[in-house]
Design a protein around this ligand. Structure first.
Ligand code: ADP
Ligand code: MG
Length: 485
């Protein structure tokens, strides 16, 4: 699309995210809530909605919803009412889902994201409510028939509905990253989009820049990664703008994303939308949430990414970039938290995580909880560098790999046995320096003729000759001295 046409339009996006909760059992029964069990094994008569069975509320689901609500500064309703959302579908054995229709547990609140030009932006939340998942129809296993797995039926969900506050696919992408980070920090959902434990429906419209009214929105479903949500939105933006430019009218509809082709396809129009005939769930009494209960949950809340960001940037002086890097996953942040119990060189601690440790994890495809070195070992390496006993280069190239081979050994002893403790001894240093001078007569002549910038070259040679053992601080003045002679 030509950039001038594109620039005439503003994009408006609101996202509806479904998060499967990490509870032991389902929302209204004792059936196990587990991904990957043998099909149709976690299915009791309650899940199947047999006559005479009664749902029993899993209190953990309320706790999880409150945790998320607190984390996004939402209002939390005192009374929880439940409703039935009725529709007929093969993967819905009861013929209805239990949900919270007009009375969501959380209203309002916001999620802080970065815009494309790295500014902070608040995305408002409309509501968060509890509901239950449907089963799963499987179309690609049997050649002739569709199969159904009801293990997922009754799995507790949180539906998180945003305000139409996003203005680009990048913002939608960043919003989903934040939501995923948040539910993972809270340990209420594993955030895995490929397995469907985090799902997103994207509502997209475009309007002329400066227009007051929103354009007609289209809802896109079936994206199984955050990247695909972004791709689907980009496709929709182009499709909608082209339609409007051709004087077509857009209709409110639901579309499906085809990841292979990178396009969206119409599924149903607004007119064909289901009428769910909501009514109050007669089998679940309303449940009260007391202020004391909320306080108790608040007291147990883990540190959240936004708290850690403030701590790392304002209290221990990391750059925002470094802090965000550490906070990206909870496990890394926990490792860092442990590490800074043992060292106060916070910047170097962050560098070790973002540098050596992350490259090790990348190289071996491991997670931080599989990393063989305890934080205190890294802190000991940092102390050796800080005390001038080893250089940074020796630490990363010799001590770190040696320690990985023997994770329990003492870094200082390793440094001694590898004979890499830096020399501060003046005689030894002068010995190295004289060797450097001997080996590089041309450079010495040039230095003495005024090319003082060669000092860097000599320092490098000194490290080479001393095999990294010359203490740079102690060497510097000596080196200059000898060269000036
Ligand atoms: P519906 O009644 O179709 O479910 P809602 O008003 O409940 O629509 O909104 C559903 C989602 O769509 C919300 O995330 C909301 O922010 C978003 N949304 C609403 N209107 C628009 C619009 N014109 N363009 C983009 N997103 C929108
Ligand atoms: Mg709606």
């Amino acid at each position: 699309m030509n950039p001038e046409t594109r620039a005439k339009y503003e994009v408006v996006i609101g996202l509806e995210v479904h998060a499967q909760m990490l509870t032991k059992t389902k929302a209204y029964s004792n059936d196990i809530n587990e991904f990957g069990s043998q099909p149709n094994t976690n299915v009791s008569v309650i899940t199947l909605g047999h006559p005479g069975t009664l749902p029993v509320m899993n209190k953990k689901t309320i706790e999880n919803a409150i945790k998320l609500g607190l984390a996004v500064n939402a209002n939390i309703a005192e009374d929880q009412y439940f409703a039935r959302k009725n529709y007929f579908y093969p993967d819905l054995p009861k013929g209805y889902q239990i949900t919270q229709d007009k009375t969501p547990i959380c209203t309002g609140g916001e999620v802080l994201i970065k815009t494309a030009d790295l500014q902070d932006k608040k995305i408002g939340l409309t509501r968060i409510h509890m509901e239950e998942d449907a089963g799963k129809s499987i179309h690609d296993v049997d050649v002739y028939d569709t199969l159904v797995d009801l293990n997922r039926a009754g799995v507790p969900l949180l539906e998180i509905v945003s305000e139409p506050d996003m203005r680009s696919s990048q913002e939608a992408y960043n919003y989903l990253l934040e939501i995923r980070k948040l539910v993972r920090y809270l340990e209420i959902c594993d955030g895995n989009m490929e397995e469907g434990s985090l799902r997103c429906d994207a509502n997209i419209s475009v309007r002329l820049v400066g227009a007051r009214e929103f354009g007609t929105k289209v809802e896109v479903k079936n994206m199984n990664s955050i990247r695909n949500v972004q791709r689907a939105i980009e496709f929709e933006i182009n499709r909608q703008i082209e339609a409007l430019e051709n004087a077509e009218t857009l209709s409110q509809e639901t579309r499906s994303f085809d990841a292979l082709k990178g396009i969206t396809i119409s599924m149903r129009s607004k007119e064909a939308a289901n009428d769910y005939r909501y009514f109050p769930e007669p089998d679940l009494p309303p449940i009260k949430v007391t202020p004391a209960q909320i306080e108790a949950i608040k007291a147990e809340m883990p540190a959240l990414p936004k708290d850690l960001l403030i701590k790392y940037t304002q209290k221990i002086g990391l750059s925002e970039y470094d802090a965000n890097n550490i906070i990206e996953t909870k496990e890394i942040a926990l490792y860092f938290e442990d590490l800074i119990q043992h060292t106060s060189n916070y910047k170097m601690a962050a560098n070790w995580i973002m540098g050596e440790i992350k490259s090790y994890l990348n190289q071996y495809g491991k997670e931080i909880n599989e990393f063989p070195l305890k934080p205190i070992q890294i802190a000991k390496i940092i102390a050796l560098i800080d005390e001038g006993l080893i250089s940074n280069t020796i630490a990363t190239q010799k001590i770190f790999p040696a320690l990985l081979n023997a994770p329990e050994s003492d870094p200082l002893q390793l440094a001694e046995s590898l004979n890499v403790i830096q020399d501060k001894n003046e005689d030894a240093l002068i010995g190295y320096i004289q060797k450097v001078i001997e080996l590089n007569p041309n450079e010495v002549a040039r230095y003495r003729a005024g090319e003082k910038q060669l000092i860097g070259f000599f320092m490098g040679q000194l490290m080479k000759v001393s095999q990294g053992k010359a203490d740079p601080k102690a060497s510097n003045a000596l080196l200059r001295n000898e060269l000036e002679k």
